[in-house]
Every structure is written in structure tokens, then in C-alpha cells.
Design a protein around this ligand. Sequence first.
Ligand code: PLP
Length: 457
Amino acid sequence: MKEIKVYLSEKDIPRKWYNLAADLPTPLLPPIGPDGQPLSPDKLAPVFPMNLIDQEMSQERWIDIPEEILEVLYRWRPAPLRRAVYLEKYLKTPARIYYKDESLSPAGSHKTNTAVAQAWYNKQFGIEKLTTETGAGQWGSALSFACQLIGLECKVFMVRVSFDQKPMRKAMMQVWGGKCVPSPSEETQAGRDILQKYPDTPGSLGIAISEAIEAAVMDTSGKTRYSLGSVLNHVLLHQTIIGLEAKKQLEMISEKTPDVIIGCAGGGSNFAGLAFPFICDKINGAKIDIIPVESASCPKMTRGEFAYDFGDMAKMTPLLAMMTLGHQFIPAPIHAGGLRYHGMAPLVSQAIIDKLMAPRAYDQLKGYESAMIWARTEGTICAPETGHAIAATIEEALKAKEEGKEKVIIFSYSGHGLLDLAGYEKFINNQLKKYILPDEELKKSIKSLDGLPKIPS
Ligand SMILES: *Cc1c(COP(=O)(O)O)cnc(C)c1O
């Protein structure tokens, strides 16, 4: 029998996160205010605790993981590296396909990795309550879980369409003590404004973020902060534990550096978590194809612009230099809720501009088709987001077969789909639409970049 699971023991867990900002060939552009001036850290202080703001701006290559954070992560980390031998056999590919199984975390995805870290830093700073947004509900449940264990209150604004599609996610948040409302809600000015303009809106992450930030900064006690589940530098930093573990695990079985690295990318965090620790090798000459995979209904990396844009619809965030569809973008109600964000993490965006990685897009039917092949070979039911990564993995494995090459492919299995079965059911009954963003809609939403400060050329 081939070895198909590689475990690390607790004592081998990585003790430092890796910060790509230290090694990017082009220095990261700073966040700026609407006046075009770089943002001073104190401007962010009403929104984030200062210890996380420091981390956001850090240029240190390695950052210690506090022992108390590891104490919580031990519940499921180190996560296994698995080999998808059954899929390999089905595809008759000479490629060896590995994946990091992030579906084993208590909330079911990689998001707990940063949720625990963010809750801990907030607690250290004296914060008592966190507000956040959630798309598919993975982030809201991860943060509810983390807040419960660390001892914070948690309030979640959940994108309306997902709130309706995935009611059990709300129950999950409640089990861990989180409070969840559909967004747009009547609780914030941002929410009320949108509801007045678009009463039937399915909602978007951009709207839910506006609401969560507003709810944090309006708390006059000063004990509430906002927490974001992806996109920002410190979030991607916390996720690098995935790739750092994977490196050790590949070494343990004497496997070579991967030829191909794949992850689905909504805001970029699970993809970056796996890929960034390997990018160092690529910058130093290793030949690795690194592929972030997005939804064709929300194609900021393959069809968007690299521009300064807001992270939310109500323009409450600083302007970030990122690949974007424009902050006014309202994505189609696809089931992969985690892939419905208009912008891509600045670190990932800059790495794409620097040609360190090459993005790809698939529509949701391709995602579910691939997820079904996976479930019927490997056996597990993945999140619809993860299905997009599997689509690219299958394509790469078939390419290796054509070329007759024994490639090593590794991808991030970002989450399970046990609360996404309604989407699977629709797919099986042919009720899902193939949704690719039409050009006219793209042009319209890109217009929301007009008048914003430009990236200096
Ligand atoms: C949130 C989520 C994603 C997308 O978010 P990233 O920050 O790009 O990782 C992908 N897969 C799952 C299972 C998710 O919950």
C-alpha cells in the first residue's frame, strides 16, 4: 500500500509564520486614504487593534506564533497532507496529487487558522467584542468558534443569499455563542441605505463588510473591533502555517518540490497560505506553476483591473492596491459564497503582476462537476469553493498525462461541503446555472473605480 496520509506530531508544528512582504520583488503598495496619501496606522485604530495593525504593516520575514495560539490550534493541527491516489487512478495520470486537508478544523475550513489568531490578539489588546461579515458562513462560524474559546463576543453580518441558502451555518455560529443577522440589515446606516435602493438585493460581502465596520466603530465603549476573514496581509500571514506544514510533510516522505500549486481564491487566504512558503523557492529559481483559481462569475484576477479600490461598498475601508471588479460589484448568487468578493488580496495581486503566479477561472458547473468526481473517487464531499481548486487539479493532472510527466501537484482542500448539500442537490437536479460575468456588467462595475486615486506607473 502506498503512503497516502502524512501526519506531523504536535512538536513539529511550525512556530513562525512566513511573511511574503519581506521577499516580494516589487514592494507592496501601501493602503491609502481617499486623498491619495498613505494611511497612518492610527487611522486604522478604531477598526483593528494596534498589535494586528503592526502585523499588517510588518516587513519581517518570520513572525513568532504565540504559544497560546498554538494551544488552540493543536485541537486539529498539524493538518494531514494526503495523497489523492484514487483520483490519480481514475484519471490514469502519472502525476502525484497531494492536498492539505483543512476541512478537519472544528468549523470545517482553513478560516479557523486566522480566526484564532485574530481573536487572541484582540483579547490581548483588551477588546471584548468582534464584528465581522461572512459569505457562505465559513468565516462567521470560524470566528464564532475562536471567540468562544478565547473569550470574546462575536457579531456576524451574513450575506443574505447565503443566509437563505445555508441556514445551518447560523445554527453553528449560535452553538459557539455568535450572533448572526442577514445582510443588508436594518441595524446599520449602510444596510438601511442599500435596502432602500435595492430592496431585493441578494447582498454581497462588500455590503456586509460596510455593516460590520460600522457596527464596530459606532460602539462608543471602544471595546469593539472589526475582524476580516481574508484579503489583508495579516490574515494571509496566519494562513502560511498550511504551506509551512506541507513543506515539512513533503520532506518527510522525500517528495520533491511541487511542480504545480493550486488553491481556490476568494480573497486569497487559503491559496496564499499554501502557496506563499513555496514562492520563496520560485523567487530563487525553482520552476513551479502557481495557480490561484477564481469563480468565472467573479473574475477579478483574470478580467479585473489592478487598481486602488475600496474593500467595501460603503467606502469605509482604506483604498487597497488590488485586482478588483470595482467596489460596487454585486456578484451573482452562486453557491461558492466564499468566491463572491470583488477584490483580491494585495499580496496575491502584486505576485500576479510580478508573474509569480497565473490565475484561472471556472464557472460553478465545472466546480460541482469536479467536486462530484472527487466525492465519487476520494470519497469526501468538498465545499463548492474547493471544487474550483479540484477543477484545476484535474486539468493539470490530465496535462501531466498528455506530457507523460510524473509531476507533483499539491492543492489546498480548503473546506468540507457538508453544509452545502443544497447546492449539490441543485447540481444533481440540473437546477444550477452556468454563470459567467457578462462584459457589460464588468464594464459597469469597473466604472466605480472612476475618480479614485490611481496606482503610480
Ligand atoms: C472562505 C473560503 C474560501 C475563499 O476564501 P479565501 O480567503 O480565498 O481562502 C475558499 N474555500 C472555503 C472552504 C472557504 O470557506
